[in-house]
Design a protein around this ligand. Sequence first.
Ligand code: AMP
Length: 373
Amino acid sequence: MKIGVVGGGQLGRMLALAGHQLGFSFSFLDPSEASPAQTLGTHHQNPFSETSIRALLASSDYVTWEFENVPPEVLASLSSEAPLIRPSPHALEIAQDRLLEKDFFASLGAELPRYAAVQSLEQLSTALQEIGYPAILKTRRLGYDGKGQLIISSPSCLKDPALHRAASLLLSAPCIVEEMVAFDRELSSIGVRGADGSFEWYPLTINTHRKGILYRSTPLTSAETLADSISLQARSLMMKAMETLSYVGVLAIEFFERDGTLLVNECAPRVHNSGHWTIEGAITSQFENHLRAVTGLPLGATSPRAAAIAMRNIIGTEPNIPELLALPGVHLHWYGKEVRPGRKVGHVTIIADSPAALASIEESPVFDTIFGR
Ligand code: AMP
C-alpha cells in the first residue's frame, strides 16, 4: 500500500515508522528542504498546493495529513477526492478556523468556554462585556502552541498602549475572544474511526503545558476512567463528532476540565502529540490505528499496556542519551531536527509497573536536567 502524507514533520515520521511494519511505503509532501520524515519515504519538496496534493494522490493509494494548515481554497478544491483523502478535507476546514470549530462542537451540544467572533477593537469591547475577564483574544486561523493569542485580564488592560497595539495587530485578521477558563486540568481525547464506521477510543490523557507548549501527557488509569463521568462524556462526544463528519482516521479533541465538566478547547484532525504515549503504551498506537483506518483495515485495540505511563516532550535541548536510556522503562524518540529554543526535537515515553515507579523515574536528576522542574 502506498501512502501519501501531506507534511513531513515528526508526526509523518512516526506514521511511517508504524506503517513500514505493515509493509506500507510512504511519500511526503513538504515545502522544507529537509524534514524529519524524509529518510522514511520519498520526499517531495513542493508547496501545499492543489497541484502538488493531486500529484501525491496520483502516486499513492491513499493520502492523509500530518499538517493542517493547508490553504482553505486548496482544501475546498480537493473535496471531490475525499474518498481517497482521509480524513476528508472538510474536517480540516473546520479545525483550521477556531470559529467554525467552536460552532461545530456547540452544534453537537458540547460545553465550551464563552466565545464571540470579533474583527475590530469596538467589537472586542462589546464582546468582553458578555464574556467577562480574564479573556483571551485568538486569531481564528494559524494559531498553535499559544501563538497568535493575547490575554486581556481586566477592562483597563486595553488602555495600556502595548496591549492595545498587540490587540490591533491580532485584529488585522479575523479573531475570536473567549473566556479564560480557570481549569482544574487539561485533557485530550483521542479516537479513531474506520472506513466502515468502526470506532476505538484511547483513555483520556492529562496534559500539562509550559509556555503554551505541551510538556507532559499521561493517560488516566483504568480505575480513573471508570471512576467518574468525564470519560463517558468525552467518548460520546468523540463518536458524535466523528459520525457527523463521516470521519476516517484519528481525531484529537482537547478539553479544559472545570468542576467535573469538560469544555472543548480545540480539535486536531490527525495524530496528536498527546497520543505519543500510545506507541509503547497502548496495544495499538495512534499511528498504526490511523493508518489502519485510512487504508480500510480493521482497527486495533487501544487499551494501555502498563499501570503507569507518561510522555515528556524534549523541547530545545539535546539530552544525554546514555544517561536517559539507563533509566528503566524509558524510550527515546529523536526526530532528527536541529535543536533550537522552544522547538520540540524529541520525546520520551516512560512505562512503569506502578505510579510510584513512574514518579521515581520522573524525579530522577537525569529528568531534571532535560525537562527542568
Ligand atoms: P490553544 O492554542 O488554544 O490550544 O492554547 C494553548 C494553551 O493556552 C492551552 O493548552 C491552554 O493551556 C491555554 N489556553 C488557551 N485558551 C484558553 C482558555 N480559554 N482558558 C484557559 N487557558 C487557555
